[in-house]
Design a protein around this ligand. Sequence first.
Ligand code: SAH
Length: 380
Amino acid sequence: MPSADGRTDLLGLTRAEIAAALIAAGEPEKSARMRANQLWHWIYYRGVRDFSVMTTLAKDMRERMAEKFCISRPQASRDLQSVDGTRKWLLKFADGEEAECVHIPEEDRGALCVSSQVGCTLTCRFCHTGTMKLVRNLSAGEIVGQVMLARDHLNEWPSPPEGRMLSNIVMMGMGEPLYNFDNVSKALKIVMDNEGIAISKRRITLSTAGVVPMIERCGAELGVNLAISLHAVRDDIRDVIVPLNKKYPIKELLAACASYPGLSNARRITFEYVMLKGINDSAADAKELVRLLKGIPAKVNLIPFNPWPGAPYECSSDEAIRKFSDIVFNAGYSSPVRTPRGRDIMAACGQLKSASVKRSKAEILREQAAKEAAAANLPV
Ligand code: SAH
């Protein structure tokens, strides 16, 4: 993908694509694979962006590289820190579109919540991102770029073997990762690569609202942990709060879960369940949930509803949440209540949103024409 200045961005390319880009730029074919491996090490193991420090490349090659290539990062246009240590970056990509990314530190580790799209198509009624339209998919480079940027800020280069504050990744930011699977998959393969960022598939969780036809492929191709945004146990309720349910109802969703590749008691599916007062939080709902999960190696994650301006729901009472959790727990499932993190900076689950708006083709063309006219110093 050419950057604004015409150089090719290496971030987000596979090793084979890097090698091909080198050949296309006139580097010798016979050493392209080796060079791609060397670049990979500098980019993903050391986090280097400047070709001049890549001492395993000959000096003249470093110079040629800098002319033709770059290693990008999204720009952090806002950097907010919560009282609980959670950090949220508003990222601006090369075309000006924006998405958010959140780091949630624990005592001796931490998770990065990564976005897959600018906006979302799903319109889940309790989710702030759902009030945005889908603006566009993020590219593999833009997805990996979130991890790179967080690593830059956390000072975790070269890749530390242990004690990382960015130890886990959750694909739980803005967007539906299974509606942008090709790019998500390419990005996660880069993140998992042992000679680079090296975060294992066991430390990566992909969350989906239930794009049934993609679930099998996610397990077979990536083998990451799966989380399902279930949130309701009856189709009539789920149809309203997770409209994707009208396309893929609960029964089909659970069947896809039951056959998720690699599933075992040691590797369970997480069922996320947002606690909405008076909507899905009764004891009967909890019992029905237990019945539905029968036969699926599962754990349940109860998420207290995180409010946002204009949200049509309220969070269930502590007592309702405790009762619900007890019923699920007593049936043999782990059922922790997720502690809200970063609520004060609107970084908690379901609070992410950016100002990007979908523009019509005509608007984009008008903007382009205006830019070109400005560049050529012409009146619009
Ligand atoms: N589209 C994917 C990835 C987003 S993950 C998915 O739906 O799974 C974000 C998680 O936060 C989902 O489980 C989502 O249902 C949950 N969530 C959304 N809005 C929320 C809110 N206001 N309070 C708590 N959790 C919310």
